[in-house]
Ligand binder design. Structure first.
Ligand SMILES: C[S@@+](CC[C@H](N)C(=O)[O-])C[C@H]1O[C@@H](n2cnc3c(N)ncnc32)[C@H](O)[C@@H]1O
Length: 309
């Protein structure tokens, strides 16, 4: 079967890079990656679908809010413990849920690769594009649901002069931020924040950039308070890189599975619909809403960029 590579042209197709095109650092990072892959054959597709159906129908699929919280406390504690001068910082902060998989959703297909880290490699490239395009002109960047702080670390390396702020409801995330600031000299600070119930006394610098990356899944349908909080914070831009249920096509097998998985897990739903309603009311301007068709083994993150009017 024919082998392909994910190249610069594919990213130009997936994201609107504007007249400047792809940033120079993108090419340097791409050159170090093995992006070879091929389409899954019928047997592999069967293997993938069966494993996913078993996951969807397993009793562990549903997790209560408290279980979600406990899982993150435990997960990020492992990353915090790995953060020592002997370890490469980016490796220490790579979330352990990137377990490695030969399968990946890409361009509306299931692909197979020998590089089991391809999902994370492509995620690195995507963030270079998005961070340069949307965050360049902002002095302050807030990440909601910053987790292991891998995005804050990457931002601090791309833009050492920016003030970075990480919010999360998991305590070890605050420990990671303290270490990044104290031991590694990064311009970063952090704060506890529950996105399901953001404390209105938490204030952000008006005109700043806000990002959420793979962070809203577990707020399910309960995004009303978060959206109000974002609006009240008067940001200059809000960039979401999140799985958006509205973009899936229920008549496509992979999408149907992703929809079922999302529903069973009580993951983010109605988020784009809520933002479109705000746009209709003239309260926000949506600058970008795009499905790049870039996986995820099970589902895909899409891009929504907006600002208050
Ligand atoms: C999949 S991780 C993504 C972490 C990080 N954004 C990244 O891209 O590596 C989801 C993060 O959202 C956080 N999170 C989930 N629900 C939250 C809530 N209600 N309030 C604050 N953080 C929450 C979790 O603690 C976790 O750090």
């Amino acid at each position: 079967m024919e082998t392909f590579k994910v190249g610069a042209d594919d990213f130009l197709e997936m994201f609107d890079c504007g007249p400047g095109g792809l940033p120079p650092d993108f090419f340097a990072v791409l050159a170090r990656m093995d992006t070879r892959h091929r389409d899954a054959n019928n047997k592999e597709l069967e293997e993938y679908v069966l494993a996913l159906l078993k996951k969807i129908n397993s009793p562990e699929i549903f997790r209560a809010k408290e279980e979600n919280h406990d899982a993150w406390e435990k997960g990020w504690k492992e990353n915090l413990d790995a953060l020592s001068p002997g370890n490469k910082t980016a490796d220490a902060l790579k979330p352990r849920y990137y377990r490695g998989s030969k399968f990946l959703r890409y361009k509306n297909k299931l692909i197979v690769t020998d590089n089991i880290n391809l999902e994370h490699d492509l995620f690195v490239l995507m963030r270079i594009i998005l961070f340069r395009k949307y965050l360049l002109k902002f002095d302050d960047v807030y990440e909601f649901g910053c987790g292991s702080c891998q995005n804050l670390l990457m931002l601090s390396e791309m833009f050492p002069e920016k003030s970075l702020h990480g919010f999360d409801w998991a305590r070890p995330s605050m420990g990671i931020i303290e270490t990044l600031a104290g031991k590694f000299g990064k311009k970063v600070d952090g704060r506890f924040l529950d996105m399901l119930n953001p404390d209105p006394s938490t204030t952000l610098k008006p005109g700043a950039a806000i990002i959420t990356i793979h962070a809203l899944e577990q707020i399910g349908k309960d995004h009303g308070k978060l959206i109000s909080f974002l609006l009240n914070s008067k940001p200059g831009i809000v960039v979401h890189c999140e799985p958006i249920l509205e973009f899936y096509d229920p008549n496509n097998l992979l999408d149907y599975l992703a929809i079922t998985y999302t529903e069973k897990r009580n993951y983010l739903s109605g988020f784009l619909t809520a933002l479109l309603e705000l746009e209709k009311q003239g309260r926000i301007e949506i600058l970008e809403k795009r499905r790049p068709y870039l996986g995820g083994v099970v589902h895909e993150a899409s891009l929504i960029v907006w600002r208050p009017v």
